[in-house]
Design a protein around this ligand. Sequence first.
Ligand SMILES: Nc1nc2c(ncn2[C@@H]2O[C@H](COP(=O)(O)OP(=O)(O)OP(=O)(O)O)[C@@H](O)[C@H]2O)c(=O)[nH]1
Ligand SMILES: [Mg+2]
Length: 260
Amino acid sequence: MTASTPQKKSLVITPTYNERKNVETLLSRIHALAPETHVLVVDDNSPDGTGHYVRDRAAGEDWVHLMARPGKQGLGTAYCDGFLWALQHGYDVIIQMDADLSHDPGQIPIFLELIEEYELIIGSRYIQGVNVVNWPLSRLILSWSANLYAKVVTGVPVRDLTGGYKCWRREVLADLDIPSLRSEGYAFQIETTFRAYHRGYRILETPIVFVDRTEGDSKMSQGIILEAIWIVIRLKLSRIKRLIRRKLFALREAKSSMET
Ligand SMILES: Nc1nc2c(ncn2[C@@H]2O[C@H](COP(=O)(O)OP(=O)(O)OP(=O)(O)O)[C@@H](O)[C@H]2O)c(=O)[nH]1
Ligand SMILES: [Mg+2]
């Protein structure tokens, strides 16, 4: 008789800042669709009481977890803290998603299936056309061109580099050197996918439909856009530096083997 494979432990991480009107629906929908999956809400002391609501839910439901941070520190650091927590607590599969219901929890079972074969799944708005609902044209153009810019400059062949709906195997997160990730906004999404790609992990983009939030306010800002522009250049420069170092090393090796 063969021993049955132990069930993989999965976790959804969602960062929140003033998502009280969305988080209740989000938690219920995730649990209805993926009852074995736990949820970690990383809340930055939202003034609208999101954290208090989640704390109450976590007291009665063992699949709900709250990480309460003292103040707004940005989406990037919220995910870094959440990823480290997931690794410490032994989760095998980690899904990241926005809390504003732009990301459909209906994708979670699909991600959990696909991650059996791949090491990173990216929910993509830009394969099979443009799957974005209710965004003003200006926002769509910004997102689409940001992705084209990031793809062309970094050379990473992923259509939706700024997308924030992703599913990771724990080994990949453990290999990302999380404390050294520096970006806060969309740049965080680019930086993590960039690292996974260059470490050679198997990545799959799968289509999602992204729906603009109907409740609460976007935290998108000019600073976040500027950060993304700069980080893309910095990532490219880091690659070039690494290639030059490798070439120099190879030259030195060749020279010393000729001398001996
Ligand atoms: N913990 C934490 N969460 C944040 C912070 N900034 C944004 N978030 C959350 O990150 C997710 C994405 O933020 P949004 O404001 O929806 O930003 P966006 O999706 O890039 O922009 P929109 O498409 O305009 O909604 C949401 O769940 C936010 O509540 C932050 O500083 N701390
Ligand atoms: Mg959003």
